[in-house]
Design a protein around this ligand. Structure first.
Ligand SMILES: C[S@@+](CC[C@H](N)C(=O)[O-])C[C@H]1O[C@@H](n2cnc3c(N)ncnc32)[C@H](O)[C@@H]1O
Length: 265
């Protein structure tokens, strides 16, 4: 399956593309992949998105993007969610294990979306675990996508896209599952992102995410408050996702972090 068969044009919402010219057949928007990813932020119409919080300013930095997996992520997960968030299940490898199995890669068909993929650690894991399916890594940060493009090069089934999670450039019911690791706290309007995820999932499609729940220590609480990190309680997430239309909500706590799973009916 081609990436184009999943897309809607971010400018006119058209769904026909001249794949030879890499352009929208309706409005002519240029859809050439540059720097290893397809930039679907229509800067000419809506302007360049500006980071709305301090964390996102760091996510736009080349230095942070390069050091993210080794330094930034483990440090902040430990600081904000305590040792249990990584140690008990082997750090990011354990987290990936939970995400991959919660998505049900072996039993379901893709395509799979790694929403807010950062430098692509989860995207690569999905690409390797589902070699016969298209895996799309999406992020809003150019710096993160530049690193992801270098690191995902060995996975021919992985495509990278720059877009805003609040307005996904994909057709209704186009994905078998959406993975969303550690990014819920970063969104201005999580409800809008949930609605978009529901829209693009096929009936029966799975949404798996991880985020910060209540901090296990006073230090974690203070650090989250200082960094302006929003936390989500399991009961809040359950009722939120159910109200929007998801079913079969489940979650598992890992220290002060939370992995949740829900299904589109
Ligand atoms: C903390 S990182 C998580 C990266 C990766 N999923 C992981 O778990 O290692 C959060 C990511 O969300 C992205 N992000 C923030 N706001 C976004 C938005 N509105 N649309 C898409 N991505 C966004 C950031 O650029 C950043 O790469």
């Amino acid at each position: 399956m081609e990436l184009y068969s999943l897309l809607v044009c971010p400018r006119c919402r058209g769904t026909t593309f001249e794949t030879d010219n890499a352009a929208c057949a309706s409005c002519g928007l240029d859809l050439h992949r540059k720097r290893g990813y397809l930039d679907l932020i229509d800067v000419a119409t809506i302007g360049e998105p500006t980071p709305s919080n301090t964390e996102q300013r760091f996510m736009e930095s080349d230095l942070v993007a390069h050091a993210y997996d080794r330094v930034w992520r483990p440090t902040f997960v430990r600081m904000l969610a305590g040792k249990g968030a990584g140690g008990a299940v082997g750090g990011i490898a354990g987290e990936m294990f939970i995400h991959k199995h919660s998505l049900g890669l072996d039993d379901r068909e893709g395509p799979w979306l790694d929403l807010s993929c950062g430098p692509g650690a989860f995207t690569r894991a999905l690409g390797a675990a589902a070699p016969g399916a298209v895996v799309v890594g999406l992020d809003i940060s150019r710096a993160m996508l530049d690193v992801a493009a270098k690191r995902c090069g060995a996975y021919p089934n992985v495509a990278l896209v720059r877009a805003d999670a609040h307005s996904l450039p994909f057709r209704d019911h186009s994905f078998g599952g959406v993975n969303n690791a550690g990014a819920l706290h970063a969104y201005d309007d999580p409800e809008q992102v949930f609605r978009e995820v529901l829209r693009i999932l096929r009936p029966g499609g799975i949404f798996v995410g991880s985020t910060f729940a209540e901090a296990p220590s006073l230090f974690g609480k203070l650090a989250a408050r200082a960094a302006g990190i929003r936390r989500f309680s399991p009961s809040e997430l359950r009722s939120w996702l159910q109200r929007i239309g998801f079913c079969d909500y489940e979650d598992v706590r890992m220290g002060g972090a939370l992995v949740f799973r829900a299904r589109r009916p």
